[in-house]
Design a protein around this ligand. Structure first.
Ligand code: 5GP
Ligand code: MN
Length: 334
């Protein structure tokens, strides 16, 4: 981040600070937001975390998770809190479009905006940006941010637990986007006393019977393999959502099972939501699913993990996706 000295100066007197992250927050969104929140609290600032929509149950153990303001539940409190802020942080998203109505509230405000994010193609709406697509996670960047401020001594176990959560979820337990630097950061978190096995259990081993039955259903009856495109698709209908009583976070990670097949390079998880069809894309190797998400589904993300949406209905979206794959056939099989 350029001008880190200016940020340090800004943070040297108590401020009213709002930390925002994206809709359907994942482990990295919540981990990075709460880690930064805990750190800024320690400096004596007044800090609030705001998400557009609710967070999944597997992160409810995190410190002060219950204090997070959810726009969908408390729109007025969201607006008054945002309007009061001296500084607004944008974490784990890089365009105000990603947070819809909350973004519209933030856009016109004259307060200082700071982005910390690792997605491709940022919008330049923030005065200060730590935008680093090569980073594993926003949690890694929050660690870097605290280090740049010369404040590593403020890190403690709760902050470290939040940071490790986002690192674990965004790297799929150190399977993707790792680097020597990341492992050094994780080593320093363990040195602080963070219990990695405990966090791993909280995040990945907290499923119930219903979750495993749903996974079985996806793999047995909702999976299609398109050999000529080295692609696997799993889809879910609205009725599946009712039958399995699928809640926020219940489908997390299902898309990755497709990548376990040796000959699969691209994985798609396509689900029928109340008003849209949501598309989650993953890839192994050089093929960028970000280009598909961005060009065809009004989305984006990373080279190997992206998402988007469609208003066309489930059947049409599945067909459309297969037609799009045909366009990329040569590149996929290169
Ligand atoms: P997921 O498939 O887990 O929902 O998301 C994978 C990645 O794609 C995440 O980094 C997420 O931020 C990004 N992503 C998912 N959906 C969207 C979307 O609708 N728009 C954009 N710009 N990015 C998305
Ligand atoms: Mn992330």
């Amino acid at each position: 981040m350029e001008n880190i000295g200016e940020v340090k100066k800004l943070l040297s007197v108590p401020k009213d600070i709002v930390i925002t992250s994206h809709r359907n927050p994942d482990g990295d969104a919540i981990g990075s937001s709460l880690a930064l929140y805990l750190y800024l609290n320690k400096l004596g600032h007044t800090v609030r975390v705001i998400f557009p929509s609710e967070y999944p149950h597997f992160v409810s153990w995190m410190p002060d998770a219950e204090k997070i303001i959810i726009f969908d539940i408390e729109p007025e409190l969201t607006e008054s809190t945002i309007k009061r802020a001296d500084i607004i942080f944008s974490l784990d998203y890089n365009s105000l479009d990603r947070i819809d109505k909350v973004g519209e509230m933030i856009r016109p405000l004259p307060c200082t905006k700071i982005m910390i994010d690792h997605h491709l193609n940022p919008d330049y709406f923030a005065e200060y940006m730590l935008s680093e697509p090569s980073a594993s996670s926003t949690c890694e960047l929050v660690y870097d941010f605290i280090e740049m401020l010369g404040e590593k001594d403020k890190l403690d176990i709760p902050i470290g637990e939040c940071l490790l959560t986002g690192i674990l979820t965004d790297t799929g337990s150190f399977k993707y986007a790792t680097s020597p630097k990341l492992f050094k950061i994780v080593a320093s978190l363990l040195e602080l006393g963070v219990d990695d096995t405990k966090i791993h259990d909280f995040v990945f081993n907290s499923q119930n019977e219903k979750n495993l039955r749903l996974l079985g259903h996806c793999l047995k009856d909702r999976m299609e393999i398109l050999e000529e495109y080295q692609t696997g698709i799993i889809w879910l209908t609205r009725r599946d959502y009712e039958y399995y009583d699928i809640q926020r976070g219940d489908t997390e990670g299902i898309v990755n099972f497709l990548l376990k097949m040796k000959n699969i390079k691209i994985a798609a998880f396509i689900t029928e939501q109340p008003t849209i069809v949501k598309i989650s894309l993953r890839s192994k190797g050089d093929f960028s699913v970000e280009q598909i998400a961005k060009k065809h589904f009004k989305g984006g993300g990373h080279k190997n993990a992206s998402g988007g949406s469609s208003y066309k209905g489930l059947k049409s979206t599945l067909l459309e996706f297969k037609n799009i794959l045909a366009e990329y056939k040569e590149e996929i099989n290169a």
